[in-house]
Write a protein that binds this ligand. Structure first.
Ligand code: ZN
Ligand code: CU
Length: 529
């Protein structure tokens, strides 16, 4: 006897092939049978519109929010059943006693109860897993976190002892259940690393069949050099490479994603395993302090705040933003009117406002408005940059080596996670790909879109028991209405759940039933076999 039988309508199985009418039977957390199950008895029956495997968010930052928000509202309601966390070089472990305060000060959000009682990634994952969560978690180890653990915010190459420490912390993490290494090469202290340092670490991840995911060194004028660096790290480190949130930022660079994709294709033709992910929006979002040149963070957050108060340092920041010595600027002719403060804690009036407006209102230059805000917020604020081309988003979405990653976090429209105006991707990414880009714009077919959020990332990760609907696989399932599924979150009103996602099962248990959260927490930390 089955625990649950989902009958009728279309099953999109995650492999990329067209959907078909079949029933799906669930027993003991597994997909027990697929086919005509009309003769099978079941404890529970469900008539469904469309079904797919649970979505895998290939690029998430939920590790921080999830710690204090196990219901994972904004993600589970999109149909996400597994999140790949620890991205862009930043994970909550490993930590060392010597540099624990550096990491804690660097984090923009530390939930109540996140006590950093752990040191290793294994200890962290065990601590997280104790309370369960609505969805499953795949953990990457941040290169920035490794660097902080070994050498704080020192702006130099590691010495032999420091590099060996980073390598051994990473090797231990891989043994304990991490899936690879991530880097954030526009963010200090990750940006202080040479390519050679990254190769030395990527090799450790590769040796243990891990992945190297990178927020590359530049997404604007230096996009192609940055993609080439990621590919080189893959080649020399003998590791699979995931280019995170592929984009061409800044109007002068629009269109160059085609060249970036060509580099990826060429690497793949050479036999290297290089892929990418993307989110379906024309705005990006990051921390406000990313406006600063990376030397501004040398020595840590307190040192950065001291520099904000120093007129000479400010003048140097301004000069370098106008003429970046690396050729790479976060604001490549973006215009201050296209930079919106999305969330901050102290000066709530700034939320949702453009830096051009904030400057005008205070009678200062937009950059000074940003730096003043950063100082008032103790370095902790986020911004949204409207700087991407719709045609580029479509092109990247349609590429066969690209999957879907939100770059967002699990938020909720209530409590402290409802604060500010965060990027709508945390609520809308997956329904937006299915609704806007598959159904409405037909940039890709529905089975292809589903494949990019299920079978493709599962295969990428080596997650053999998830990502497709087939007997013996784990019962992570989404029931959605393909005619209706759509995102509702906007830049003005981001805290809105999507429509058309009816039921979500994680490990065979309902977390969303009839559009409502059941409170169930069947998700687990997934560890490589
Ligand atoms: Zn990133
Ligand atoms: Cu990210």
């Amino acid at each position: 006897m089955l625990d649950l039988k989902i009958e009728g309508a279309e099953v999109i199985d995650g492999t990329g092939s067209a959907g078909g009418r079949t029933d799906v039977g669930v027993r003991d957390g597994l997909i027990a049978a697929v086919g005509d199950l009309s003769g099978e008895a079941a404890g529970n029956r469900l008539h469904a519109a469309g079904r797919a495997p649970g979505f895998i968010d290939m690029h998430s930052h939920s590790d921080w929010r999830l710690w204090g928000h196990r219901r994972a509202e904004s993600k589970i309601r999109q149909g996400v059943t597994t999140e790949v966390v620890g991205n862009c070089g930043f994970s909550p472990a490993p930590v060392t006693a010597e540099h624990l305060d550096d990491l804690r000060g660097f984090a923009l959000y530390v939930p109540k109860g996140m006590d950093f009682a752990w040191r290793s990634v294994g200890e962290y994952l065990d601590a997280f897993d104790r309370d369960g969560s609505a969805l499953n978690v795949v953990q990457l180890v941040g290169h920035g976190t490794l660097r902080i653990a070994a050498m704080g915010f020192a702006r130099r190459a590691p010495d032999a002892r420091e590099l060996a420490l980073m390598q051994s912390l990473l090797a231990d993490a891989m043994d304990a259940g991490a899936w690879g290494l991530s880097s954030g090469l526009i963010y200090a202290p990750g940006s202080y690393a040479t390519t050679e340092e990254l190769v030395a670490l990527a090799r450790v991840a590769g040796r243990q069949r891990g992945l190297y995911a990178s927020h590359i060194r530049g997404e604007g004028a230096t996009l192609l050099d940055a993609v080439a660096e990621a590919i080189r790290i893959g080649r020399e480190g003998r590791v699979s490479v995931q280019v995170s949130h592929l984009k061409a930022a800044g109007r002068p660079n629009w269109g160059t994603v085609a060249d970036a994709l060509a580099l990826i294709d060429a690497a793949r033709a050479e036999g290297l395993d290089v892929m990418a992910d993307v989110y379906p929006y024309t705005a990006s979002s990051t921390t406000l302090r990313t406006l600063l040149p990376d030397w501004a963070l040398e020595g840590g957050v307190d040192a950065m705040l001291a520099r904000l108060a120093d007129p000479a340092a400010r003048a140097r920041i301004r000069a370098e933003l106008e003429a970046p010595p690396t050729g790479q600027s976060l604001l490549d002719r973006v215009g201050w009117e296209n930079v919106m403060v999305s969330s901050c804690a102290a000066r709530k009036d700034a939320e949702g406002r453009r830096l051009s407006e904030l400057g005008a209102a205070r009678g200062v230059a937009p950059l000074d408005a940003a730096l003043d805000l950063l100082a008032d917020e103790g370095g902790k604020a986020y911004m949204i940059l409207f700087q991407l081309a719709e045609a580029d988003v479509r092109r990247v979405l349609a590429h066969p080596a690209v999957m879907i990653g939100s770059d967002g976090s699990a938020l909720a429209p209530y409590g402290e996670l409802a604060a500010g105006k965060p990027h709508p991707r945390s609520y809308g990414t997956f329904p937006r790909v299915l609704g806007e880009y598959a159904r409405e714009q037909r940039v890709l077919s529905l089975p292809q879109a589903v494949h990019k959020m299920t079978g493709l990332p599962a295969r990428r990760l080596g997650l053999a028991d998830r990502g497709v609907i087939a007997p013996g696989k784990r019962a992570d399932l989404v029931v959605f209405d393909a005619k209706r599924v759509a995102d509702q979150a906007t830049y003005e009103e981001p805290h809105r759940y999507p429509v058309g996602v009816e039921h979500v099962l994680v490990n065979g248990r309902f977390v969303i039933k009839d559009g409502e959260h059941t409170g169930s927490l069947p998700g687990r930390v997934l560890r490589p076999a």
